[in-house]
Design a protein around this ligand. Structure first.
Ligand code: FES
Ligand SMILES: [Fe+2]
Length: 407
C-alpha cells in the first residue's frame, strides 16, 4: 500500500530557498495581491518565507522588493510611495521598483557610501485578470498562463479567501480529494452529498483532474464534479454555480484557488471566480466576500474551558464551503505528518497520484528540464481553457474515463 515517507514529506512541504520543492515552486508565477487594492500605500507581504514589500510607484510601476531597508532595516511598508519608488519612513532612503537605492538624503556626493552599491532583492511582476503575479525563479521567466478564468469573456471576481495556519500542500490536496465534500460540506450543500461517489483520476497536460459522480434525489440524475489541479498549486472547480441565481444555462461557472505559501506553516488562499458571458445566472450579494479568518489557533487544548465558565463543548463550523474546508484543513498538524496516514487506494488515488507527480516533476526540474505547466509558447498561451465545473447529468452520460479537453 502506498505510503509517503517522512523524507518525501519533507521534500513535498518545505518551500525555503534551496529546498527541492522551494526551487520547484519558484519556477512558476504566483498571485501575491489584487491590482485594485494596490493604490498609494505599500504593503508588507511574505512569500516562501521571504519578507517583501509590495508597492505601486506614482508612475504606476509595481515593485516587489525586500521589506527591510538596507540602511538600518526599518520595514518599508511604513514608507511613502513616490514617483520613482518607495521612501523609507526612518531616514528617507529611496528605492525603485528594481530594489535599487536611488537616493540617500544627507550623504554628500563624495561619501564612500554609494547609493549605486545598495540594492534590495527584487522580483519581476505582471498583472493579469486583476491579479498581481510575481516570479521568484531563475531567468528566463516563463509566461504567466492565460487561463480562461483570468482572460475569458465574462465576469471575474477576485477575493483573498483566507489565511491558513498550515502548510500549502494540505490546502492543495484538499482540491484533489473528491470524497470529503460528502462529509465536510454536509452543512453547505446538503442536497447532493451521497457518501460513495464513483471516481476517476487522470493526469492532464497541466496537472490532474478528478471526476466524481454522485447519486441525487432525482432518479436517473447524477451530480458530476470535475475538478482540476493546475501545477503547481491551483485548484479549479465549479461549485460557485450553487450561489448563482436565475436559469442555469450557457457555460458553467468555474473558480480557481491558488494556495500561496507564505511560509511553511502559513498559506494565503487567492480565489478567482469566473462567470462566462453566455451564462445568464447572477451572483446576488456576494457570498464569497466572507473570509476564512481563523483565530491564531482555533483548536487548542481545553479551549472551551479557557473561553467560558459554562462552556458549550465542540467546534461549530459555519455552513459555507470554503470555511468548512478552511477549518478542516487547519485542524491537521501545521505540516501534516503524512508518514502516519493510511491512504485508501481508491478514495485517495488522487492524493497519491498528486504526490507522485510532484516528486517526479521536481526531479525533472533538477535535471534542468521545464516541469509541467511551464508555458513559454505565446501561441499556446492565447487562452488556456480549463473545463472545471459541477453539473447535473443523466446517468447515461456517466464517463469516468479521460475526457478532459486538457488531457
Ligand atoms: S532605516 Fe531606512 S532610511 Fe534608515
Ligand atoms: Fe471542500
Amino acid at each position: 500500500m502506498y505510503k509517503t515517507t517522512k523524507e518525501e514529506n519533507e521534500i513535498l512541504t518545505r518551500t525555503g530557498k534551496g529546498t527541492p520543492m522551494g526551487e520547484f515552486l519558484r519556477r512558476y508565477w504566483w498571485p501575491i495581491g489584487i491590482s485594485a487594492h494596490l493604490k498609494e500605500r505599500p504593503t508588507f507581504i511574505r512569500v516562501f518565507g521571504e519578507d517583501l514589500v509590495l508597492f505601486r510607484d506614482a508612475k504606476g510601476k509595481i515593485g516587489v522588493i525586500g521589506a527591510f531597508c538596507a540602511h538600518r532595516r526599518a520595514n518599508l511598508c511604513l514608507g511613502d510611495v513616490e514617483r520613482d519608488g518607495v521612501r523609507c519612513r526612518y531616514h528617507g532612503w529611496l528605492y525603485d521598483s528594481d530594489g535599487q537605492c536611488v537616493q540617500i538624503p544627507g550623504e554628500p556626493p563624495n561619501s564612500e557610501l554609494k547609493k549605486e552599491s545598495i540594492r534590495l532583492p527584487a522580483y519581476p511582476v505582471e498583472e493579469l485578470g486583476g491579479l498581481i503575479f510575481a516570479y521568484f525563479g531563475p531567468q528566463p521567466a516563463p509566461l504567466v498562463p492565460r487561463y480562461n478564468f483570468l482572460v475569458g469573456e465574462g465576469e471575474v471576481y477576485i477575493t483573498i479567501q483566507g489565511f491558513q495556519n498550515c502548510n500549502w500542500l494540505q490546502c492543495v490536496e484538499n482540491g484533489m480529494d473528491p470524497v470529503h465534500p460528502s462529509f465536510t460540506h454536509g452543512g453547505a450543500w446538503p442536497d447532493i452529498m451521497s457518501t460513495e461517489p464513483e471516481l476517476g483520476f487522470h493526469e492532464t497536460e497541466w496537472g490532474m483532474v478528478y471526476k466524481a459522480y454522485r447519486k441525487t434525489k432525482e432518479p436517473g440524475m447524477l451530480n458530476y464534479r470535475e475538478h482540476h489541479l493546475l501545477m503547481p498549486g491551483v485548484s479549479c472547480g465549479g461549485s460557485g454555480g450553487r450561489y448563482l441565481s436565475g436559469a442555469q444555462a450557457g457555460t458553467p461557472v468555474s473558480a480557481a484557488r491558488w494556495s500561496v505559501p507564505i511560509d511553511d506553516t502559513h498559506t494565503m488562499l487567492m480565489r478567482v471566480r469566473f462567470k462566462p458571458s453566455d451564462n445568464p445566472g447572477k451572483y446576488e450579494g456576494d457570498p464569497f466576500s466572507k473570509r476564512w479568518k481563523p483565530p491564531q489557533e482555533f483548536i487548542v487544548p481545553y479551549k472551551e474551558y479557557r473561553d467560558s465558565d459554562a462552556p458549550v463543548l465542540g467546534y461549530p463550523i459555519p455552513p459555507l464551503h470554503f470555511i468548512e474546508d478552511g477549518m478542516v484543513v487547519d485542524s491537521m498538524p501545521p505540516i501534516a505528518d503524512r508518514e502516519n496516514e493510511n491512504l485508501g487506494p481508491a478514495i485517495d488515488d488522487g492524493i497519491i497520484k498528486l504526490r507522485q507527480m510532484y516528486l517526479r516533476e521536481v526531479g525533472k526540474m533538477q535535471r534542468g528540464e521545464d516541469p509541467k505547466c511551464i508555458v513559454r509558447d505565446p501561441e499556446k498561451n492565447k487562452e488556456i481553457v480549463i473545463p472545471a465545473y459541477e453539473k447535473w447529468v443523466p446517468e447515461s452520460e456517466r464517463n469516468l474515463g479521460k475526457t478532459a479537453a486538457v488531457g
